[in-house]
Write a new protein. Structure first.
Ligand SMILES: [Zn+2]
Length: 332
């Protein structure tokens, strides 16, 4: 029995029947996969049955072909569960080849943690092998809305050659909230903590090893992207995530760590929010807030110069929106 932790996983129900049916078909289609033509990605074993394909701490560009988020996988008794599919079709194929170097067991499920292009645009490589794809319902909605634009903009960053053969493949199964999932002989826990980094972040927790695949809820050594974020929701999600009995943390960005490594992302977000709120309350403009809300502690993180100002702007507009909404409600 999985230990309870403060109601973080209120629903421990099995997945709906349609997914189970799809899984049964996929296990046969994906067995024995190996493709010598695709490039070899590094694989690191971080615990028994737990692996990460680490990515460099960088923004997507032509030199890294957009491969800038970590991919994880869990080898269960009967098959493999992969977490995130990479930035493009060839990346997805390379991830599958990397799994096949570790085990001959079939890939039984791909889980998309959230609707950002580097995490989901490799889906087509999994779909063409009949591997089912699971995400939160909010992620599927966001992918349908944003992925056409994301595909185009990532292509501009990394070049058309890297994106060759890439198409948008939406997940075929969804979860609306946290729940447990028994798959490939492994008990996993899908953790959805509301709108945080994006609308539909889904972390994956493996209770047997205490491993949290956080997706981009956690960055290490890189300034987070807030373009789709709720800063308050993200802070709250990390506060709840800390309640998990984590032993190993596989973040979306940066090196593998432990339970204490959720804290720097939370500290960045809370410092950002308090500095911007102070500027807003002083009547400063957004441009002035960008000048005032520098965070020296995080200036060494990758992407600070390019992204911190945009994050200030994002939070400023969140605070302004909430302020205006409160005034409107107060006047009614
Ligand atoms: Zn992301």
């Amino acid at each position: 029995m999985f230990p309870s932790f403060s109601g973080l996983l209120p629903e421990l129900s099995p997945l709906r029947r349609p997914l189970r049916a799809v899984l049964a078909i996929a296990c046969c289609l994906s067995a024995g996969f190996a493709d010598a033509a695709v490039e070899s990605l590094p694989v690191r074993r971080v615990a028994r049955d737990i692996y990460v394909i680490p990515a460099p701490i960088a923004d997507a560009d032509s030199s890294n072909r957009g491969r800038v988020v970590n991919t994880g996988f869990v080898v269960g008794r009967k098959g493999v569960i992969v977490i995130d599919s990479g930035a493009n079709h060839s990346h997805g194929k390379a991830i599958l080849a990397a799994v096949a170097r570790v085990t001959r067991k079939p890939v039984k499920l791909l889980i998309n943690t959230h609707a950002h292009p580097q995490n989901v645009l490799g889906n087509s490589a999994f779909a063409e092998r009949g591997i089912p794809i699971l995400a939160s319902a909010a992620t599927v909605t966001a992918m349908a809305e944003r992925c056409p634009g994301c595909l185009a903009s990532l292509g501009q960053s990394v070049g058309d050659e890297a994106m060759r053969g890439t198409r948008i493949q939406l997940p075929d199964s969804t979860v609306a909230e946290s729940q447990s999932l028994k798959i490939a002989g492994r008990q996993l826990h899908l953790v959805h903590l509301g709108h945080a980094h994006t609308e539909g972040d889904l972390a994956v927790f493996d209770g047997a090893t205490g491993t949290l695949f956080s997706g981009d809820l956690v960055y290490r050594g890189q300034v987070p992207h807030l373009s789709e974020a709720s800063s308050a929701g993200w802070i709250a999600a990390l506060d709840r995530g800390i309640e998990l009995p984590i032993r190993i943390l596989i973040p979306g960005r940066g090196p593998v760590g432990g339970p204490g490594d959720l804290a720097p992302t939370r500290r960045y977000l809370s410092e950002l929010k308090s500095r911007v709120a102070a500027a807003y309350q002083q009547g400063r403009s957004v441009d002035e807030a960008i000048e005032l809300a520098g965070l020296a502690e995080f200036s060494g993180w990758q992407g600070y110069a390019a992204r911190h100002g945009r994050n200030v702007q994002h939070v400023y507009f969140e605070i302004e929106r909430d302020d205006l909404r409160g005034r409107q409600e107060g006047s009614q």
